[in-house]
Design a protein around this ligand. Structure first.
Ligand code: NAI
Length: 406
C-alpha cells in the first residue's frame, strides 16, 4: 500500500512538507492542525489543492500544484494507519501534538521533529509513555527550507533549500521497521536537502541552532539604557566582538560537553558536535565573504542580509526590544537550557551558558538556574533532561532505546 505521512501543524513549514509529500504518487499525505480554526480554513479550500512556488538558485520559478488527501483537527481521523508523523511547528507546540497522537499511534511509527529542537526526544518519550519504545524518533537540526506562506491553504513559497541537513535517530528497542528510515525520510522530502545521518540524538541536541540567538540578545541588550531606539538594529550584521565572544564561548562549552561525554560513554561518537564558526563555514561557505573569524563570518553572511532584532513599536518610530519573541521564549527553555542540562550531567562547567541563561531567565520572569545549577522552580517549563528524571549521564544512553541505530 501507500506510505501514509502525517504533517502536524499549519504554518509555513507544514504547508511545504504536506505539499511536497503529496506530490509522490505512492504517498498518502494527511494534515493534523489543531490550532485555532486552521483545519476548517484549510479544509474548505482543499478541493482545489494548493500551490508551492519554488524559487530556484538560478532565479527561475517553478509552481508545484499539490493536494493532501485530508486536513483535520481530529487526531482520531488523522493518526490511525500512519507510518511517518512529521511535527512541523515551533517547539512550544510540540507537547500538544504528542498528547494528541499518543492514544492513536500504531506500533512502528516514525515520529519526526522538523525541526526537533533541544529536548524533543525527552518530551516525546515522556508523553508517549510505553508506546515510544515501539516507535522511532527522528530529529532534524533545522527546517529544510526558507519558506513563508503567501496565502494560508492556497500558496506557500520556498525561497531556498538547504544543501544538506543533519538528522539523528533514536529507535525504540521494540520498534520493528524494515524500510530504512533516513532513506525513506529523504524520499518524502524530495531531492533537496541531502539528509545527513548524525551519530546520535545528544550530538544533534548540542548542535541545535537555538544556541545562536540568546547570547546575541544578552550581548546586545544587557547594558541597554532602556531608551527607545529610532530604528530596529541589525541582528547579525550588527554583531559586535562581545556578542561573538559570548556565542563562541557557549559553543565551546557544547563542544567540551561532547568531548567529556565521549570519554565517559565508551563507544559513543560525538564528532558531529563542532564549533559554531566551523558550522557556518560548512553550511554557508558560498554566502560568507569574510571568513576571518566568527564575528566577520556572521556579519558578512548573505543569508542574513537585513535581518533585525525583534522589536516592539511602542509609538510611531520608537522601538524597544521584544524579549517575548521566540529568540528568547523558545530558544532558552527548548534550547540552551537543555544543553546546560546535558553539560551538567557530563560534569562540564559552563560559565558562558550560566551567564546567558541567568540574564535571559530574568527577562522571561522564570527561574531555571540557581547559581550554576539547574534547580530552579521553573525547570518544569523547559525540556532539560533533569525535568524528566535523568540524573546521571548514563541515563541518556541506556534504557529502552538504541542510541546509534543504523
Ligand atoms: P510558523 O511560524 O509558520 O508556525 C506557525 C504554526 O504553528 C501555526 O500555523 C500553527 O499551526 C502552529 N501554532 C502557532 N501557535 C500555536 C499555538 N499557540 N498552539 C498550537 N499551535 C500553534 O513556523 P514555521 O515557519 O513553519 O517554522 C517551524 C519551525 O522551523 C520553527 O521552530 C522555526 O523557528 C523553524 N524554522 C523556520 C524557517 C522558515 O523559513 N520558516 C527556517 C528555519 C527554521
Amino acid at each position: 500500500g501507500k506510505l501514509v505521512v502525517l504533517t502536524c501543524g499549519g504554518g509555513n513549514g507544514a504547508h511545504c512538507l504536506a505539499g511536497l509529500a503529496s506530490v509522490r504518487p505512492d504517498i498518502e499525505s494527511r494534515v493534523l492542525t489543531m490550532y485555532a480554526d486552521e483545519a476548517e480554513r484549510w479544509a474548505a479550500n482543499l478541493d482545489s489543492g494548493f500551490i508551492i512556488t519554488v524559487h530556484n538558485d538560478d532565479g527561475s520559478i517553478k509552481s508545484i500544484k499539490t493536494k493532501p488527501s485530508l486536513v483535520t483537527k481530529d487526531p482520531k481521523k488523522a493518526v490511525p494507519g500512519v507510518d511517518y508523523i512529521f511535527i512541523v511547528v515551533p517547539a512550544f507546540a510540540h507537547a500538544m501534538y504528542f498528547e494528541a497522537i499518543a492514544p492513536y499511534i500504531d506500533d512502528n511509527t516514525v515520529i519526526v521533529g522538523l525541526p526537533g529542537q533541544a529536548g524533543f526526544e525527552f518530551e516525546c518519550v515522556n508523553l508517549l509513555g510505553d508506546k515510544a519504545k515501539r516507535c522511532t524518533m527522528v530529529t532534524f537540526e533545522s527546517l529544510p527550507w526558507a519558506c513563508r506562506l503567501v496565502e494560508f491553504g492556497k500558496n506557500v513559497e520556498i525561497l531556498g533549500f538547504k544543501d544538506t541537513l543533519g538528522a539523528s535517530l533514536l529507535k525504540g528497542k521494540e520498534c520493528n521497521l524494515t524500510k530504512p528510515i533516513i532513506e525513506t525520510t529523504q524520499y518524502i522530502l524530495g531531492e533537496k536537502p541531502k539528509v545527513r545521518h548524525v551519530q546520535n540524538y545528544i550530538a544533534i541536541t548540542l548542535m541545535a541552532k537555538s544556541i545562536v540567538h540568546p547570547p546575541i540578545m544578552y550581548g546586545k541588550w544587557s547594558q541597554w539604557d532602556g531608551k527607545p531606539l529610532s530604528e530596529k538594529p541589525l541582528f547579525y550584521q550588527g554583531l559586535d566582538e562581545r556578542q561573538a565572544e559570548l556565542l563562541s564561548g557557549v559553543s565551546d562549552e557544547c563542544v567540551a560537553t561532547a568531548k567529556a561525554i565521549e570519554k565517559k560513554v565508551p563507544g559513543l561518537d560525538m564528532s558531529d558536535v563542532i564549533h559554531v564558526f566551523d558550522w557556518y563555514l560548512n553550511y554557508y561557505s558560498d554566502q560568507i565573504t569574510d571568513k576571518s573569524n566568527l564575528m566577520m563570518a556572521m556579519r558578512t553572511n548573505k543569508a542574513y542580509d537585513g535581518l533585525v532584532h525583534p522589536m516592539k513599536e511602542i509609538e510611531p518610530g520608537k522601538y524597544v526590544p521584544d524579549f517575548t519573541y521566540r529568540y528568547m521564549a523558545e530558544d532558552v527553555p527548548e534550547g540552551i537550557v537543555p544543553m546546560k542540562g546535558i553539560a551538567e550531567l557530563a560534569g562540564v562547567s559552563t560559565p558562558y551558558l550560566d551567564e546567558v541563561i541567568t540574564w535571559c531567565q530574568g527577562k522571561l520572569n522564570k527561574e531555571f538556574l540557581v547559581g550554576n545549577k539547574l534547580t530552579g522552580k521553573d525547570l518544569k517549563d523547559t525540556r532539560a533532561p533533569q525535568k524528566y528524571g535523568y540524573n546521571k549521564l548514563e541515563d541518556l544512553f541506556t534504557g529502552s532505546f538504541e542510541v546509534t541505530p543504523r
